[in-house]
Design a protein around this ligand. Structure first.
Ligand code: G6P
Length: 610
């Protein structure tokens, strides 16, 4: 949520900051703003996207130091005044913030009593004035004033500050919201994530919670919360510019859908061996004994990652015979969770920054559970705070609606379940070899689905203006139904519900009439007969059946009004293939409706507030 970029060096800061903000726009796009030091502090900001801001920033803004922000609104509606940066009363200092200041009401009152005036409804303006109050009162250095102010602040923040009396430094601090330093030669950048700095440097330093840094164009110093100077590890980024650009596709989402065969191959590479039926997952080898002896596994995640967790539940219970619970990370903490030693939590997150997932894993860790991560973004907070984990290696995912991260997460969970099953003896080596061999064929099967999208486009054209959709699936196809419905809601704003097919009888069936498109995912063999009965029930009420099924399943094709054919695979792998037409369906419908596919309204890709 919210993206922060900053630059200090010899180049025109505003150009670099705007470019970085565009790369971070997936974190929020309610408003954007920039502050540059050019003799004095110059601020431009306003409602809307970074492209609006770009028009406001004239060449007059020639300073070589500055900070910028793209906002996902928490406190205060997304208007010009509430946009970041927020400034001090004397107009010398500007601050951008990602996170939530929980005690901003109390602080605001104190500052108002001291004579400070507030113009916005944001929690952030309070921090700007609080820092100013310490600067003015005690004539401290900017760093000291920030440190002092942050001691009084409760909540989460990633902040960056520039001040015209300190024209050679940017002060940044982090607690709960991600922030990194991009280390260049004679120039430095700061950003919420690496995609904003990748064009300028491949060296980054990740700040940890409680840390504060002073950045100059020659270097940086980092201090811990108790003001001890730290030596931070410099990480090398493995991020190419090509990966974070659209590469000829109309939208990032479409590019990412088509990248799935590669993403899954990358995810499998070096990890599976279909000749000897083994799986090597370097990140969790050392904790495998704990996983083997786990009383149960608790999966915590949000959104699409929660759906892949549900697929994980089916996989772990079937292949490794371990009880699994899948928790919404946002609920986990608030139910006094019964979790402790002997339990294993798997936290799944594309971004590795989702605040609720982070809170859930911290809770589980504090109660003694082993916490594993299944994460995409290397070096992210969740990746660093888990005891061990497996990266999904899907490459940067920029489209707000998650696609390739879902299939890569499911791929990792599949490998983990097979590996665990092998080590526990719940599957034989022969069975593991069969499974691994089929798993290695999945990228080619997805490729097959992507080769011809004509039918799915035809269906999309017919139903683009349907007000509602129902998605039904059983067994492994149930989480896929939920994911299909979520994709449609997210980017086309059509109301859609995913349901276990049999549960339809207990409510949603009342909604079915000749206006209702019902997407049935008939991709699992062991539930096919029952699925056919459910299709009959929909037909009897004149629902419009859109089936996702295999060519061998002629019975389903005969009953459905439309069928999208996917290749045959084992039931355990079916989500990896059956989800593809659903991603495409939502994509083409959103495009037909003129929706902003990559930046759907009100959403953000990285949700760093609880
Ligand atoms: C947001 C995104 C979703 C994502 C969810 C969880 O809602 O828009 O695409 O599934 O957060 O994010 P994570 O990064 O933890 O997987």
């Amino acid at each position: 949520m919210c993206g922060i970029v900053g630059y200090i060096g010899d180049q025109q800061a505003s150009k670099i900051i705007i470019e970085g903000l565009k790369r971070l726009e997936y974190r929020g796009y309610d408003s954007a703003g920039i502050a540059v030091l050019n003799g004095k502090l110059e601020v431009k900001k306003g409602k809307g996207k970074v492209s609006n801001l770009e028009k406001m920033v004239t060449s007059a803004q020639n300073g070589q130091i500055g900070i910028g922000h793209t906002r996902w609104a928490t406190h205060g509606e997304p208007n010009d005044i509430n946009s970041h940066p927020h400034t001090s009363q004397n107009g010398k200092m500007a601050l951008v913030h990602n996170g939530i200041i929980e005690n901003y009401g109390t602080l605001k009152k104190k500052l108002t009593d001291q004579g400070y005036e507030f113009y916005s409804q944001t929690d952030t303006e309070v921090v700007a004035k609080l820092i100013e109050s310490f600067l003015v009162k005690d004539n401290r250095s900017l760093k000291k004033a920030v440190q002092h102010a942050l001691h009084q602040v409760e909540g989460t923040y990633g902040i960056a500050i520039v001040h015209s009396d300190y024209p050679d430094q940017i002060v940044v601090a982090r607690k709960g919201s991600p922030l990194l330093i991009g280390v260049g030669e004679g120039e430095m950048l700061i950003a919420s994530d690496a995609s904003a700095v990748a064009a300028y440097t491949d060296k980054v330093v990740y700040l940890d919670d409680g840390e504060l840094a002073v950045i100059t164009k020659e270097g940086y110093t980092v201090e811990s919360a108790n003001q001890i100077e730290l030596t931070k590890e410099v990480h090398e980024l493995a991020l190419s510019l090509e990966e974070i650009e659209k590469g000829g596709y109309d939208h990032f989402m479409l590019k990412e859908i088509f990248e799935q065969p590669k993403a899954i191959s990358d995810c499998l590479r070096g990890r599976i061996n279909s000749e000897d039926g083994t799986i090597t997952l370097g990140g969790i080898e050392d904790v495998m004994d704990k996983l083997v002896n786990a009383k149960r596994v608790v999966i915590a995640a949000c959104g699409t990652s929660w759906h892949s967790g549900l697929v994980g539940e089916y996989l772990f219970e079937y292949l490794a015979k371990v009880p699994v619970e899948v928790e919404y990370a946002s609920e986990f903490r608030y139910k006094e969770p019964l979790i402790g030693e002997g339990d294993v939590m798997i936290a799944i997150s594309q971004s590795g920054e989702t605040a609720d997932t982070l809170a859930a894993l911290r809770e589980a860790k504090a109660r003694g559970a082993l916490v594993l991560g299944v994460v995409n973004v290397v070096g992210s907070t969740i990746a660093r705070e888990t005891d061990a984990g497996v990266y999904i290696h899907a490459g940067p995912e920029i489209g707000v609606a998650s696609t390739k991260a879902f299939t890569a997460q499911v791929t990792v969970l599949t490998m983990m379940a097979i590996k665990l099953g092998l080590e526990k003896g719940t599957i034989t080596k022969t069975r593991a070899t069969e499974l691994i061999t089929e798993l290695s064929r999945i990228p080619a099967k997805i490729e097959e689905v992507l080769e011809d999208t004509t039918e799915i486009q035809r269906i999309s054209n017919l139903f683009s203006y349907a007000p509602n959709f129902l998605y039904l699936g059983r067994s492994y196809s149930f989480p896929v139904a939920l994911e299909g419905a979520l994709k449609l809601k997210e980017i086309s704003y059509i109301h859609a519900e995913g349901y276990p097919a049999a549960e339809m009888k207990h409510g949603p069936i009342a909604l079915i009439d000749e206006m209702m498109p019902v997407v049935v995912i008939a991709a699992t063999h062991h539930t096919n007969d029952k699925m056919i009965s459910n299709i009959e029930e929909v037909r009897a009420r004149k629902g419009r059946i859109i089936a996702i099924s295999t060519s061998e399943n002629t019975e389903v094709a005969d009953l459905a009004e439309f069928t999208t054919i996917i290749p045959e695979t084992m039931d355990v792998f079916s989500p990896l293939v059956s989800v593809i037409p659903l991603q495409l369906l939502s994509y083409y419908i959103a495009v037909n409706r003129g929706c902003n596919v990559d930046q759907p309204r009100n959403l953000a890709k990285s949700v760093t507030v609880e």
